[in-house]
Design a protein around this ligand. Structure first.
Ligand SMILES: C[S@@+](CC[C@H](N)C(=O)[O-])C[C@H]1O[C@@H](n2cnc3c(N)ncnc32)[C@H](O)[C@@H]1O
Length: 228
């Protein structure tokens, strides 16, 4: 999703105490950016933060870092956070502009990230040579392995059955075990579920939502060679 930068983007970001500039300078020290020492989750490609903000608000016993490569959508997320939190301090949510293809620059094991959320990432279906741009491609999963805690989990939601099928294969190749899956999240009874902007859109078009939880196994479960 490419959005034109709006003129209010930078003032909103500059005025936001929970927006993190220069994310790679915090590598290994993200926990210090939160007042409460508690479990740490990461959402990659949060977009406008529609489900993100609700999830953080409802889970005050977790710290959540939400990243996207587009600063404008992060500014929209900040506006949504203000609307959700009102006068409450936003002490468990941080936003930052990070390109996930270089996420190894930003996080490492010392950060202690226990869970990753990837919701409605671009399926890059048009050409096979573009598959490596998927946020669930082995190229990405092997980076996530480098900083995810042992036994950590990736939560994936998508409307795209091709991406979902391929991602389950990528997970297996990269030493992740699918511990939960459904091809119709909203009929499954899985709870809690925080509906994202794209989830609402696809649901309004009667598209079922694919969802899985992939748990990271020890490195001996990584199949070699992993697809480059
Ligand atoms: C289709 S939108 C989904 C947004 C949101 N997760 C939702 O479900 O409504 C995909 C988001 O991923 C972000 N994105 C795509 N590639 C990325 C990358 N390499 N690093 C960080 N964010 C990325 C886009 O900017 C966009 O906001």
């Amino acid at each position: 999703m490419r959005m034109r930068r709006k003129k209010w983007t930078e003032p909103v970001i500059a005025d936001c105490p929970y927006y993190v500039e220069a994310p790679s300078t915090h590598r290994g020290q993200w926990r210090a950016l939160f007042p409460n020492s508690q479990k740490l989750w990461l959402e990659i490609g949060c977009g406008k933060g529609v489900g993100t903000v609700q999830m953080a608000y409802d889970n005050r016993d977790a710290n959540l870092i939400a990243i996207d490569e587009v600063r404008h959508v992060l500014a929209v997320s900040i506006q949504n956070t203000k609307a959700q939190y009102g006068d409450l301090p936003v002490d468990n949510l941080r936003f930052s502009a990070v390109d996930a293809t270089r996420i190894f620059d930003t996080f490492c094991k010392e950060d202690g990230i226990e869970r990753i959320y990837i919701h409605f990432c671009n399926p890059w279906n048009e050409k096979a040579k573009h598959h490596k741009r998927r946020l669930t491609h082995p190229r990405q999963l092997m980076q996530y392995r480098e900083f995810l805690q042992d036994g950590g989990e990736i939560y994936l939601k998508t409307d795209d059955s091709g991406l979902f099928l391929a991602s389950k294969r990528y997970f297996a190749e990269c030493g992740f075990q699918i511990v939960y899956q459904t091809d119709d999240l909203h009929a499954s009874g899985f709870s809690p579920n925080y509906v994202s902007e794209h989830e609402a859109l696809y649901t309004s078009r009667s598209c079922p939502i694919h969802f899985c939880i992939a748990k990271m196994l020890p490195s001996e479960f990584v199949q070699t060679p992993v697809e480059p």
